[in-house]
Design a protein around this ligand. Structure first.
Ligand SMILES: [Zn+2]
Length: 295
């Protein structure tokens, strides 16, 4: 999955420049988010959804949505999103060359129905009927604009709708429709009777597989180092994260930062024992830390 490559270590200067204003915007929203009560913070999601329905674009809302997630994470997990993780997150939702790829659970629209040859009798009605069947359980819309199906497909991809449903006269005759996954582009033919069940299964599968791919990629790009020699060697040869022990002294963090442009990223709750001593100074270690190259 190309996009995860970008998150972990290999994204280009140009891409970072492109999203830097977004990151700065998120940073600037921080005091406002910190001032909210827990309940006000919780209500934000509903507010964004409403504003989206009222015509604000996802791009308008993204900085606030991120600032909210960041603040909620800070309160619940007592941990901070680092700037680089924000950048990674933004690239992740910004998706591939065709646009966004959103996990179904956070997607404002989970299913977009695209009628094919919608001027033909009954096609639009069928599309609305499918929408009405699905809307109790999913966030669904029909693209009934006058644009061509090709245009609508491209737009659905750009906006990152996890599942697109294609329905035209031939499908109707056969009692079928086509589901198309945004993440893999896979197309699946289903009968109209089994629509609700198949859409539900597919959204669950997309959610699960996107998470698995991201985890898998992270794990494949995470290394361990017991001492400075190993630590330096990994950062010289690979991109990704390194798990290593730390004594807790900021001086060591600074040495590592100066020497390798590497900073601590996260002190996981689930600690592992990699060595008895600090990777930098050799004094007794207190914590295992994830380290990554700073940008
Ligand atoms: Zn140390």
């Amino acid at each position: 999955m190309k996009i995860v490559d970008k998150i972990i270590g290999t994204y280009s200067e140009r891409e970072i420049k492109r999203i830097r204003p977004l990151v700065d915007k998120i940073e600037s929203l921080r005091p406002r988010m910190q001032a909210l009560s827990d309940e006000e913070l919780r209500n934000k999601t509903a507010e964004y959804r409403k504003r989206l329905e009222e015509g604000e674009t996802l791009d308008d809302l993204l900085p606030e949505a991120y600032a909210t997630v960041r603040e909620a994470t800070a309160r619940v997990l007592k941990t901070e999103h680092y700037k680089v993780q924000l950048i990674g997150g933004i690239i992740m939702v910004h998706g591939d060359n065709e646009g966004l790829v959103l996990p179904p659970r956070v997607a404002p629209v989970q299913v977009c129905i695209v009628p094919i040859q919608q001027k033909k009798e009954g096609v639009l009605d069928k599309a609305y009927e499918l929408r009405d069947r699905l809307k109790g359980n999913f966030r669904v819309k029909v693209d009934d604009t006058d644009k061509s199906p090709g245009w609508k497909f491209a737009e659905a991809e750009m906006r990152g709708y996890p599942v697109r449903i294609e329905i035209g006269p031939k499908d109707m005759e056969a009692g079928k429709c086509v589901l198309c996954r945004r993440d893999t582009r896979e197309k699946i033919e289903v009968t109209l009777e089994e629509l609700e069940a198949k859409v539900g299964e597919l959204l669950d599968r997309i959610q699960k597989e996107m998470l698995e791919r991201a985890r898998d990629h992270r794990d494949k790009n995470t290394y361990t180092a017991a001492d400075m020699e190993e630590f330096e060697k990994i950062f010289a040869e690979k991109s990704g994260f390194v798990k290593a022990m730390w004594c807790g002294d900021e001086a060591c963090e600074n040495v590592i930062k100066e020497k390798l442009s590497v900073t601590s990223r996260c002190m996981p709750f689930e600690q592992e024992h990699i060595a008895d001593t600090c990777v930098c100074c050799g004094k007794p270690a207190k914590k295992m830390v994830y380290w990554g190259r700073a940008y």
